[in-house]
Write a protein that binds this ligand. Structure first.
Ligand code: HSE
Length: 404
């Protein structure tokens, strides 16, 4: 019998407990032996909850129990998760985590300890919630040179943008509901400011390059400035605004960024709505492949965590993960060529000459009901070229990038 300890009884932790109970037979069969949750660690008490009988408040009970072979870390945040996970690995216990902050910050070190101890540090649920993506990256997409990964990697913001667009909800209302549904981080700024998606693309890029991507070096812009007016412009152009995290090979380097992008109908991520996430991967011999599913939420995320528990129990030896503790130098995003949508104060007719002088060929956009401003779309140009021109624009309100 494999005995498991779960660190954290929040949304995902209670989901892990529930998934193991609900699917006990399937989990046991796939793991090759019975899997039992012996402890759940949380600072809080849960009177009346069945978890009470396995609840502990002291991590040392878990660490010092030789029966525990797998520790599930679903607390979130770097500390104290890092200290607990590192000591569990050092004590020869495999760790399964959904914690992208921990994986993005300490991945190579924890992977190296697991390798040395011939156990596993697994993190399927850290990217894309319930979508299988880490294991495919590590074991199925290994014959290819990955040319690009573009993804909707944050369920909260995708849910919010969908509700703002389809139902006309305000930003705050959409965020509050996402929180109530258990999608958002404890500090929802990590979602709306793009840091959650940033950590996830850093993890994926580290996996396909085998080098460490410092997430703090990835250009990151969230959705906190996206307004109902921006969405009206997008609708008028037949586009949707999505928070996209990407990394692409450009020449001999890799560019990675997170930002809202306006997508057209033909884009593979255009129809990914609500809490769903999708990850589009392009390999040099495979071509395009897409992974799609629930990107956040209690049970989908818990399903991915429990799949790691099954893997750890049945494997019983280290699964090689290539992620060196050596930083990958990312290229500046200035070389990326795309079109840009710009909002400007004033009337299009009066400002047309200035816009043409600065940007050359442009297309004006003027949705009904928007006054004292207008929008336009530029021709293709590089990010750095656009930035220089945008500085010269009088009355600029904001710009959003277009993805072809
Ligand atoms: N807050 C995250 C999201 C949870 O909304 O995607 C899943 O990682």
């Amino acid at each position: 019998m494999a005995k498991v300890a779960v660190l954290g009884y929040g949304t995902v932790g209670s989901g892990v407990y529930e998934v193991i109970k609900t699917n006990q037979d399937i989990v046991n069969k796939n793991a090759g032996e019975e899997v039992e949750v012996k402890y759940v660690l949380d600072l809080r008490d849960f009177p009346g909850d069945p978890v009470e009988k396995v609840l502990v408040h002291d991590f040392d009970i878990i660490l010092n129990d030789p029966e525990i072979s797998v520790v599930v870390e679903v607390m979130g945040g770097v500390e104290p998760a890092y200290t607990f996970v590192k000591s569990a690995l050092m004590a020869g216990k495999s760790v399964c985590t959904s914690n992208k902050a921990l994986v993005a910050a300490k991945g190579p070190e924890l992977i190296a300890i697991a390798k040395e101890k011939n156990i596993n540090f697994l993190f399927e649920a850290s990217v894309g919630g319930g979508i299988p993506i880490i294991r495919p990256m590590n074991s199925c997409l290994t014959a290819d040179k990955i040319l690009q990964i573009s993804g909707i990697l944050n369920g909260t913001t995708n849910y919010m943008l969908t509700k703002m667009e389809d139902e006309g909800w305000e930003f705050d209302e959409a965020l509050k509901t996402a929180q109530e549904l258990g999608y958002a981080e404890r500090n929802p700024e990590a979602d709306v400011d793009g840091w959650d998606a940033c950590r996830k693309i850093a993890i994926l890029t580290s996996l396909y390059t085998g080098l460490n991507v410092d997430y703090e070096k990835i250009y990151t812009e969230g959705i906190s400035k996206i307004s109902a007016t921006d969405i009206k412009y997008a609708k008028k152009m037949g586009l949707k605004i999505k928070l996209i995290a990407y990394s692409k090979r450009i020449g001999d380097g890799i560019v990675s960024a997170v930002s809202p992008l306006m997508l057209n109908k033909a884009h593979p991520l255009y129809n990914v709505s609500d809490v769903f996430n999708a990850i589009y991967v392009e390999g040099n011999v495979l071509g395009p492949v897409m992974f799609y599913g629930s990107g956040a939420g209690k049970l989908p995320t818990a399903s991915a965590v429990v799949s790691d528990v099954v893997e750890a129990v049945k494997t019983k030896k280290n699964i090689e993960v290539v992620w060196e503790d050596k930083d990958l130098e990312l290229k500046d995003k200035g070389e990326i060529v795309r079109r840009f949508f710009v909002r400007v104060s004033g009337e299009a007719a009066a400002e047309e000459k200035m816009i043409k002088d600065i940007f050359g060929k442009t297309e004006v956009v003027k949705p009904e009901g928007i006054n004292n401003e207008f929008g336009f779309v530029t021709d293709q140009m590089s990010e750095s070229d656009f930035a220089q021109r945008y500085k010269k624009l009088e009355g600029a309100i904001r710009f959003i990038r277009l993805e072809q």
